[in-house]
Design a protein around this ligand. Structure first.
Ligand code: FEO
Length: 169
């Protein structure tokens, strides 16, 4: 049995991953409403990946003899000024998730829990990618802010994104 502090932090991380999923569904809805189906597709897949992240944590807790406790998740923001605002919020959200994963790693290191450290390493790398993608898209939407044809081109590109379940293999 791992430290209670670690199990508690893993359960809080599950909540944050579901809140991430919920936040991205709100963004998906925003783009659906604005007929930008490619952007909506991007956030639809993003939301599914966040749910996958939650389940990786969920399964890990049981694999180490802990117990999952599902916590309340908060209502996501659904007011967005424009595309730049959406991706600024996305990046800020991912930075919050990164800080939370880093905190989990700090606990695993203080506990000298090498198994948990190995498990969390996947999430550390995943957060690098998540922040990189959010930063890249933020820069792109800033560039095309007042250029509808640029927006439609990016929308077509994002429509091609395909969901692959997040696994640790
Ligand atoms: Fe699972 Fe985007 O953090």
């Amino acid at each position: 049995m791992r430290s209670e502090r670690l199990i508690k932090a893993l359960n809080e991380q599950i909540k944050l991953e579901f809140e991430s999923s919920y936040a991205y569904i709100a963004m998906e809805a925003h783009f659906k409403k604005n007929n930008l189906d490619g952007f909506a597709n991007f956030f639809h897949i993003q939301a599914m990946e966040e749910r996958d992240h939650a389940y990786l944590m969920f399964n890990y807790i049981y694999s180490i003899g802990g117990e999952v406790e599902l916590l309340d998740i908060s209502k996501p923001n659904n007011i967005f000024k424009d595309e730049v605002d959406v991706f600024e919020q996305t990046l800020a959200h991912e930075q919050k998730v990164t800080a939370s994963i880093n905190n989990l790693m700090d606990i695993a290191m203080e506990d000298k829990d090498y198994s948990a450290q190995a498990f969390l390493q996947w999430f550390i790398k995943e957060q690098d990618e998540e922040e990189e993608v959010a930063t890249d898209l933020l820069e792109k939407v800033k560039m095309i802010k007042s250029n509808p044809s640029g927006l439609f081109m990016l929308d077509s590109k994002l429509a091609q994104r395909i969901y692959t379940p997040a696994t640790m293999e």
